[in-house]
Design a binder for this molecule. Structure first.
Ligand SMILES: Nc1ncnc2c1ncn2[C@@H]1O[C@H](COP(=O)(O)OP(=O)(O)OP(=O)(O)O)[C@@H](O)[C@H]1O
Ligand SMILES: [Mg+2]
Length: 494
């Protein structure tokens, strides 16, 4: 099915600015349909093409929430002979609102029809058509009040002052069944308030009868109301009473000759919504706290390992314990970052910074080595970030630990350099750890059972991350040393 924008461009030949205006109109016209207790249809003359002369195309259609619809069919995109809609044709031609009874084919019986010209930059581009179903007896006070607002809004549509240009500020938005409405007259006195509006006012502590009084007299001081009047544009304000009550007041000025002559205040009780938000926020805080505790626990484990290492007499045991301590800490780094910004995703570049510090901390004292990081990976799913952090910690440690065995502290030349290059390559994260040291040797194989470090790396990359890893010894002409390239797919992790 074609959208309003597509129909307006292709069938009615309207330009972008006009289409934008119509989109803003239809964004809030569900409110209009409710105020009119009627179906609304937006019609525009179809551009003259083969057989389209004198035809109208329906760009949009909306049904009221508070009445039964009179149009069961989906009219959007259908074409109609202008002769069958004489009121619409007149409104389009004269630029005035036309009302009367008609029997449109789509309804099949006499119906009250209003045709309201939609004016954009001085030109009538379409007609907003109200099709009213049978009224049940004489209309109530509240129906009359709704209709009086509808009439004012129709005048604004014809005068091009509705929809508001500043819609992104606070257009009437999508009204919901249950929104209350307060109509304030030119002097700011309550003309009428719907029962739902009165309920909402009760909730913010206004229990007096409201008719004929101004909101400040009732103890409600809304800056939004003053702004709506002063700037002739819609405004929003939320009033909270304690933590249980939250009411949003949406002030929509009703303009006459571009000056506000009245204000429609839509009143929405959002207490339940706010309560839900609080629950979600406290869940987020809980997740953050969990990461914080996991990090603390990992740090405790790593301290225990360090203590134990210090107490062991054998060098080998001590080394093993210190290695284990470092591995635990590289996992803690990820939780540390997650405890600051919990979620499914985590900023990997922040993790990298901590990892480099960690490696420098642990092994750099052994050798005069420089660690250089270039590029970035941005935000990664935590499922990728945790194993990848461990992998990089192992590779950086290996480079610092093994590549420069021949170098010693105080040796001015040559200086060992380890580079970590990070990049996104399409749907892959690529990390390269490169050193200019001794290289891994000709008989090196990643698949031969080796010591623990590279086994961990291999298993994490291949099995857990479903990626690939290549270890290459660089020839002397390319600077020598070892290049380890890790490539991990990112799509599978969503
Ligand atoms: N960048 C490198 N340059 C030179 N040799 C390396 C490099 N990376 C790894 N190696 C060699 O590969 C071997 C295996 O590495 P691996 O990380 O699996 O074990 P390890 O570092 O010796 O011990 P650990 O289990 O503590 O990591 C190393 O002992 C080392 O000889
Ligand atoms: Mg190692």
């Amino acid at each position: 099915m074609a959208t309003l924008a597509e129909l307006a461009a292709a069938r009615a030949g309207l330009d972008e600015a006009t289409i934008d205006h119509l989109l803003r109109l239809t964004a809030s016209w569900s409110l209009l349909a409710d105020l009119a207790f009627s179906d609304l249809v937006l019609m525009a003359p179809e551009i003259v093409g083969a057989g389209a002369e004198g035809q109208l195309v329906v760009l949009g259609q909306v049904r009221p929430n508070n009445r039964a619809t009179v149009i069961t069919a989906d009219l959007v995109g259908t074409a109609h002979r202008a002769d069958d809609w004489p009121l619409v044709r007149r409104a389009l031609a004269d630029g005035e609102r036309v009302t009367g009874y008609a029997s449109p084919e789509v309804i099949g019986e006499p119906t009250l029809v209003w045709a309201v010209p939609v004016r954009v930059s001085g030109t009538v581009v379409a007609a907003l058509v109200r099709l009213q179903g049978p009224m049940r007896g004489p209309s109530s006070l509240y129906e009359q009040a709704y209709l009086s607002i509808f009439v004012r809004l129709c005048d604004m549509v014809a005068a091009s002052t509705f929809p508001f240009r500043e819609d992104d500020v606070a257009g009437p938005g999508l009204p919901r069944v249950g929104d209350g409405i307060i109509l304030l007259d030119g002097a700011g006195r309550v003309d009428f308030a719907t029962p739902n509006a009165v309920n909402a006012l009760h909730r913010v502590g206004v229990s007096a009868s409201v008719e004929g009084r101004t909101l400040p007299e009732l103890g409600l001081h809304l800056r939004a109301l003053e702004r709506a009047r002063a700037f002739a544009m819609p405004t929003l304000e939320e009033l909270d009473r304690g933590i249980d009550v939250a009411i949003v007041f949406h002030c929509v000025p009703l303009l006459e000759a571009e000056r506000p002559s009245a204000v429609m205040v839509l009143v929405r009780d959002v207490s339940d919504l706010r309560r839900l938000n609080r629950v979600v926020l406290s869940k987020e805080a809980a997740v953050r706290e969990v990461h914080h505790r996991v990090k603390n626990n990992l740090q405790t484990i790593s301290s225990l390992l360090r203590l134990q290492a210090r107490r062991s007499a054998e060098r080998e045991t001590r080394t093993a314990l210190l290695e284990a301590e470092r591995r635990v800490r590289s996992i803690a780094v990820v939780h540390e970052v997650l405890s600051r910004e919990p979620g499914e995703d985590v900023s990997f570049d922040e993790i990298v910074r901590s990892l480099v510090l960690l490696v420098e901390d642990t092994v750099l004292a052994l050798h005069p080595v420089e660690i250089v990081v270039s590029g970035e990976l941005g935000v990664l799913a935590t499922d990728v970030a945790t194993p990848l952090a461990v992998v990089l910690a192992e590779l950086l440690t290996n480079a610092v630990e093994h590549a420069f065995v021949d170098f010693t502290v105080g040796d001015p030349d040559p200086v060992g350099v380890v580079t970590l290059r990070l990049a996104r390559d399409g749907e892959h994260a690529v990390a390269e750890v490169r050193d200019n040291g001794v290289g891994v040797g000709a008989d090196f194989s990643l698949d031969a059972p080796t010591s623990l470090g590279l086994s961990i790396v291999r298993d994490l990359v291949r099995t857990q991350l479903r990626g690939r890893i290549d270890v290459t010894t660089m020839g002397p002409q390319s600077g020598g040393g070892t290049l380890v390239r890790v490539e991990v797919p990112l799509v599978a992790w969503r």
